[in-house]
Design a protein around this ligand. Structure first.
Ligand code: IPE
Ligand code: IPE
Ligand code: MG
Length: 245
């Protein structure tokens, strides 16, 4: 399906794995395993549609407060993704990067993800950013801390700090702002995702649980996006006139 006005950057809050599993009386981890299939599908489908940047919110800082068994299961799924998808990503020109704190992850998962990042670094078709142990507030606090340290060392003048200097220290610094944020699973919140970067993102919420995510849902989100008028504070008339040849 061809779409006019493709977003340059889609970010997905992949939610609903646990509910997918519990309604079937499966352990929650089974839902995360099923979710991995949807992760593969979303990467392929976005690449085929010419999306340049895809970010997947796979594990938040707050998710560390889940039961250990579930965290272990999620880390296993993440390790499996890195190991099984690295070749496909290299072949398809998908460059993988991480936002968040990879150092928080257990060593086998961290190593596998690092290897994936290294092996795919020359990919030119699409960037896939994995949000792992990611928190928007934490990312901003870390950036502010780095800026404050530079100011203290006399390398930065506080009056000259602007949006660009803050951005430079976020883990998303190499990504454009998300144009479209999709959340599956029915909740209508950001859950600490890309708080600074989402300032003018279009939001699309779907009741579909993440393991059931498929191409029609993606196309629905893309169609909704293409119908939105992004005004950035201007009036609708101003935007229409600026778009005229
Ligand atoms: C999303 O599914 C995966 C992660 C947050 C890691 P959930 O596990 O949050 O699923 P629900 O919301 O409990 O259904
Ligand atoms: C958001 O989902 C985080 C990820 C998808 C990784 P959660 O399921 O953790 O969000 P809340 O707790 O419902 O806000
Ligand atoms: Mg959830």
């Amino acid at each position: 399906m061809a779409h006019p006005n493709l977003p340059r950057h889609i970010a997905i809050i992949l939610d609903g794995n646990g509910r997918w599993a519990t309604t079937r009386e499966f352990p929650r981890t089974r839902g995360h395993e099923e979710g991995l299939k949807a992760v593969r599908l979303s990467v392929r489908a976005c690449r085929e549609r010419g999306i340049q940047n895809l970010t997947l919110y796979a594990f938040s800082v707050a998710n560390w407060s889940r039961p250990k068994e579930e965290i272990d299961g999620l880390m296993r799924v993440c390790l499996e993704f890195a190991q099984t998808e690295v070749e496909e990503c290299v072949r398809r020109g998908v460059a993988v990067q991480v936002i968040g704190d990879l150092d928080d992850l257990p060593t086998p998962t961290r190593r596998a993800v690092e290897q994936m990042v290294e092996a795919t670094r020359d990919g030119k078709a699409m960037t896939l950013a994995l949000a792992l142990s990611y928190g928007g507030r934490r990312d901003m606090v870390n950036a502010m801390r780095a800026l404050a340290a530079r100011a203290q060392a006399g390398l930065v003048i506080p009056e000259e700090i602007n949006e660009a200097s803050l951005r430079g220290f976020l883990t998303t610094s190499e990504l454009p702002d998300p144009d479209l944020i999709i959340r599956t699973g029915g909740e209508k919140r950001l859950s600490d995702f890309l708080l600074f970067e989402s300032a003018y993102a279009e939001l699309f919420f779907s009741d579909v649980l993440w393991p059931d995510f498929d191409e029609p849902v993606l196309d629905q989100a893309l169609a909704a996006f293409s119908r939105r008028q992004r005004r950035y504070g201007r009036t609708g008339d101003q935007v229409t006139r600026a778009a005229l040849p």
